[in-house]
Design a protein around this ligand. Structure first.
Ligand SMILES: CC(=O)N[C@H]1[C@@H](OP(=O)(O)OP(=O)(O)OC[C@H]2O[C@@H](n3ccc(=O)[nH]c3=O)[C@H](O)[C@@H]2O)O[C@H](CO)[C@@H](O)[C@@H]1O
Ligand SMILES: C=C(OP(=O)(O)O)C(=O)O
Length: 428
């Protein structure tokens, strides 16, 4: 990891003001993968979130031979992938973020193979990649695994000549859909992908690929058709706003009883989460590109079932668990996407919450007054949920292992401080 990151939060301040929603982590990562498919020119990505996953993606792009410059102040990433020189995604970088696997289609098209020494991402229980592998195989690739001297598994995918076919996801996998679209974009012939993911980030990735010259139709319907083309060209594209970042700021307003203007947030992108938050007592008002949000009534308890878009996003499940600790009665949460995403419950317990976990179901017994404690961010959204809990707790909360939070949220302490929170980030 390099260094230990901590956040210290002193709770009890209502948040007020205007905050800018960052570009979407889960949109920019596949776009970096897409930009590596262009053999000529420079791709310019704007509204890039300055998060650790993007820094890792830049390192990984450089490790395979691309020239990548991240202009942090301008939130702009420039990628020149004209000379990729190795198909190896090295473990020391690739195993630190999930998005590394989105580099595979470009390596298959450009170098004929991809060697994956590790895939990272939050540890949320089992996170399989079989839909990706099966899709690549149906297109003519071979996938083999061997064990390196140090015991790590290494995946070798050899493309041969990728050709279109009928592919499917057993469940609508987010990165699975993106990888199969990118693999099909420069394959010979036509590909049909059934049970494709509907997430807005998938559609934004289709938009950049179309601008690059890819022939893709059916985005947002569950059935995507791709007619392969010979080459893709570098383009300029602005990354969509991050709906999970927006959801966390909605809940920051809700948990402190404040009111915020979220610049760039779209209510529609919150899907069912918007309805659940309204049921809890949050008020929304969309004014063009600004989403106004406030909560000045008692928080009501809630039932949440996570689901693919437009269902309740699993990445907002941890934040709403923190919020529901303050609700006037028991809330019920059923996590359907990941089988290990409740480590937060024990951390909130250290702050005074009373949460009963049974497999993938949790009962949050509200209302409980939260008090500051030392807690650990076990994954990215666990980290953002603990920040929320800290904002509402009496006294000081210290969040350790907070590199995870920095994986996905940019300038957390600065943005919250501007809204009136007492929060600092420490790294050593
Ligand atoms: C970089 C990125 O975009 N990450 C997001 C993406 O992760 P990611 O794309 O990894 O999530 P998926 O949609 O693929 O996974 C959802 C579920 O499907 C299962 N599965 C997935 C693929 C596969 O080949 N086989 C399989 O069984 C997984 O184990 C998991 O239980 O979507 C998740 C679900 O919305 C989000 O939480 C992550 O923030
Ligand atoms: C699970 C997440 O990300 P990743 O897929 O990148 O690990 C997340 O963003 O909460």
């Amino acid at each position: 990891m390099g260094h230990e990151v901590r956040y210290r939060v002193r709770g009890g301040r209502q948040l007020h003001g205007t905050v800018f929603i960052q570009g979407a982590k889960n949109a920019v990562l596949p776009m970096i993968g897409a930009s590596l498919m262009a053999a000529k020119g420079r791709t310019v990505l704007r509204n890039v979130p300055i998060i650790e996953d993007v820094r890792r993606a830049v390192e990984l792009a450089r490790a395979i031979g691309a020239r990548a410059e991240l202009h942090e102040t301008e939130r702009t990433l420039v990628i020149d992938a004209s000379s990729l020189d190795t198909p190896v995604l090295p473990a020391d970088i690739a195993s630190r973020f999930r998005g590394s696997f989105l580099f595979v289609p470009a390596l298959l098209h450009r170098l004929g193979e991809a060697i994956i020494e590790g895939v990272g991402g939050c540890n949320l229980g089992s996170r399989n990649l079989d839909f990706h592998y099966n899709g690549f195989k149906r297109m003519g690739a071979t996938v083999t695994e061997h064990v390196a001297d140090n015991g790590d598994g290494i995946i070798h995918i050899k493309a041969g000549d990728l050709r279109g076919g009928t592919l499917y996801c057993d469940t609508p996998s987010h990165t699975g859909t993106e990888n199969l679209i990118m693999a099909a974009a420069m394959a010979h012939g036509t590909t049909l992908i059934k049970n494709a993911a509907l997430e807005p980030e998938v559609l934004d990735n289709i938009a950049i690929l179309q601008a690059m010259g890819a022939r893709i139709s059916g985005g947002g319907t569950g059935f995507i058709t791709v007619d392969g083309v010979d080459e893709l060209t570098a383009v300029e594209h602005t990354v969509m706003p991050d709906r999970i970042d927006a959801g966390v700021f909605v809940m920051a307003a809700a948990i402190t009883g404040g009111d915020l203007n979220l610049v760039g947030a779209t209510l529609e992108h919150l899907g069912v989460a918007a309805d659940k938050l309204e049921q809890m007592g949050v008020e929304f008002h969309q004014q063009g590109a600004v989403l106004q949000v406030r909560r000045d009534r008692t928080l009501r308890p809630i039932n949440v079932i996570t689901d693919e878009y437009p269902g309740f996003a699993t990445d907002l499940q941890s934040p709403i668990m923190a919020l529901s600790c303050l609700a006037e009665g028991p809330s019920y949460i059923y996590e359907r996407i990941f089988d290990g995403r409740f480590k937060l419950a024990a951390e909130l317990g250290k702050m005074g919450a009373h949460i009963e976990v049974d497999g993938n179901r949790a009962k949050v017994n509200g209302p409980r007054a939260l008090r500051g404690a030392e807690v650990e961010a076990h994954d990215l959204r666990c980290g953002s949920a603990l920040v929320l809990a800290g904002l509402a707790a009496e006294g000081e909360t210290t969040i350790t292992s907070a590199y995870y939070l920095d994986r996905g949220h940019a300038h957390t302490a600065e943005r919250l401080s501007q809204l009136g929170a007492e929060i600092v980030r420490e790294a050593d």
